[in-house]
Ligand binder design. Structure first.
Ligand code: SF4
Length: 250
């Protein structure tokens, strides 16, 4: 096994709350740090935590604090115990953050071992195409963001997203983009065109922004209007909110 260790925020079992695999149970490995600072981020902060919160029993929220960094041996021991005691409850391992691809060197060594236990699902902001190219054969699912200026605050990520999607198409990929009442028609048209230029059958998830009070920041009519724009380019356009937030899940 790899002797590389990673600075992590938390490890726990929960349901996937976003995108087309919504509701499936996953093991979440949350890595610290991100290269972006999106306006709507629900996991802000780049300071490395002194310890990682590790759930002892899957889904029971009985966390213990383990000093960082965390070894892959520790994670594998946890996975094997969970798989032995609760067989078949977990669909896959979600690599989340932050931005997991910042841990490229570590993931290159860890993923063969982790993938021997469960399929690998990457949640990413869709920018580091070089890192993705080095890991693509070790991944099974890719949940890739396209950041819109109206909701993320970033204006010039289109080229990076296109290069990323070009590589992602080799695996089971879908694109997620956060929308709000401020999202303009051209943003969705450009997003859909970008995806269609790679493959018009790649699913696009329009994810209404979650407000502090747990509601969503877009009207029902506007969500449908944006879906209609994207459907002019793509075969699968879905509107799915962050379901884990209103279910009280992590
Ligand atoms: S890419 Fe994700 S983790 Fe990074 S700042 Fe944006 S929302 Fe937060």
């Amino acid at each position: 096994m790899s002797d590389k260790s990673a600075e992590m925020v938390e490890i726990f079992s929960s349901i996937q709350g976003e995108g087309p695999l919504v509701g499936l149970r996953q093991v979440f490995l949350r890595f610290h740090a991100c290269n972006l600072a999106c306006i709507y981020c629900d996991t802000p902060g780049n300071a490395c935590p002194e310890s990682c919160a590790i759930e002892a029993t899957p889904g029971r929220r009985d966390f213990i604090q383990a000093p960082n960094p965390i070894t892959v041996e520790r994670i594998v021991a946890l996975l094997d115990r969970w798989q032995g005691g609760w067989p078949a409850i977990h669909h896959s391992i979600s690599l989340t953050g932050g931005e997991p691809l910042l841990q490229y060197e570590i993931l290159r060594e860890w993923l063969p071992t982790l993938r021997s236990r469960l399929p690998i699902y990457l949640e990413t902001n869709g920018m580091f195409h070089h890192a993705l190219a080095g890991l693509i054969d070790l991944l099974d699912y890719i949940s890739m963001d396209i950041k819109l200026p109206s909701t993320s605050g970033y204006k010039e990520l289109w080229d990076a997203h296109r290069q990323f999607l070009d590589i992602s198409r080799r695996k089971n990929v879908f694109v997620k983009t956060v929308i709000s009442e401020a999202t303009e028609d051209w943003e969705i048209a450009r997003t859909a065109e970008l995806i269609a230029a790679v493959d018009g059958n790649i699913p696009l998830i329009l994810q209404p922004i979650t407000l502090q009070n747990g509601g969503v920041g877009i009207s029902p009519l506007r969500a449908l209007e944006l879906q209609e724009i994207a459907a002019g380019f793509l075969s699968q356009v879905r509107v799915i909110p962050q379901t884990h937030r209103f279910l009280g899940q992590l």
